[in-house]
Design a protein around this ligand. Structure first.
Ligand code: NAD
Length: 244
């Protein structure tokens, strides 16, 4: 029970990687607030968990919604130990075809959402002198990712934010880390690919399952992860270009 008595929020917890993390945390003894912009999927996942859990509809790009999500975790469970900033948005296409709205909407969810959720969580973590923040970034933020430049730039910002925030809050016993999940079989990944790309990636053996990420994420969010901060743990995988 690596997370016994911990209270965790998982954003984007209604699907894919977030859902797997919510399940994994619950199995390790955490009380989990499953958060998603799709309230129904958050409800479903919270209902699947064996331990104490609840669901909340939250759009991470809306600061008021974020603040009330964190308030709900604290009023429901009495504290907040772990925040997983996992909700994500992507837009694919050549930069020349991207609109201002594409840029703004991706940055609003991936970057401002990570910032707003972290800020709200830290209001509780700093006074208790402990906490774990885990950001689902992407290897796309570390390299060229043609036809997904806006997404890649947003994940680079998440990685940079992780480093700076880790340095800011280390003195409070709070860790901040990022993961690059690598190619992971979720609705998000499939939506950006052709059937041929999906089959090719599976044949190459590079496609992971969401639950494969859970042991590492659990460790980083556990008491044993105390000295591990400011990390970007990237599962490097071959990423074919996204569909045109
Ligand atoms: N699947 C991959 O191959 C892969 C690779 C690298 C990084 N990632 C990152 O992993 C994270 C999870 O993605 P996934 O693959 O599990 O996708 P997914 O589509 O299965 O899950 C994403 C969840 O985020 C929710 N969401 C979207 N916008 C939101 C918002 N504004 N507020 C709250 N929730 C919102 C969705 O409703 C959905 O439930 C994302 O940040 C993504 O960028 C995924």
């Amino acid at each position: 029970m690596q997370l016994k008595d911990k209270v965790a929020i998982v954003t984007g917890g209604g699907s894919g990687i977030g859902r797997a993390i919510a399940h994994g945390f619950s199995a390790e003894g955490a009380r989990v607030l499953v958060s998603d912009i799709d309230g129904k999927s958050a409800d479903t996942v919270a209902g699947e968990l064996a331990g104490e859990a609840d669901a909340v509809l939250c759009d991470v790009s809306d600061t008021a919604s974020v603040n009330s999500m964190v308030d709900e975790a604290v009023s429901q469970f009495g504290k907040l130990d772990i925040l997983v900033n996992n909700a994500g948005r992507a837009r694919s296409g050549w930069v020349t075809n991207m609109s201002d709205e594409d840029w703004d909407s991706v940055f609003a969810v991936n970057v401002r959402g990570t910032f707003a959720c972290s800020r709200a969580a830290l209001k509780h973590m700093i006074p208790q002198r402990s906490g774990r923040i885990l950001n689902t970034a992407s290897g796309a933020g570390l390299r060229a990712f043609p036809r997904a430049a806006v997404y890649a730039a947003s994940k680079a910002a998440v990685i940079s934010f992780t480093y700076s925030l880790a340095a800011e809050v280390a003195k409070y016993g709070i860790t901040v880390n990022a993961i690059g999940p690598g190619v992971t079989d979720t609705p998000f990944w499939r939506a950006l690919r052709s059937e041929e790309d999906i089959e090719a990636a599976i044949a190459q053996g590079v496609v992971g399952r969401p639950e494969d990420l859970v042991p590492m994420v659990t460790f980083l969010c556990s008491n044993a992860g105390a000295v591990h901060t400011g990390l970007m743990v990237n599962r490097e995988t071959f990423m074919p270009a996204v569909q045109e």
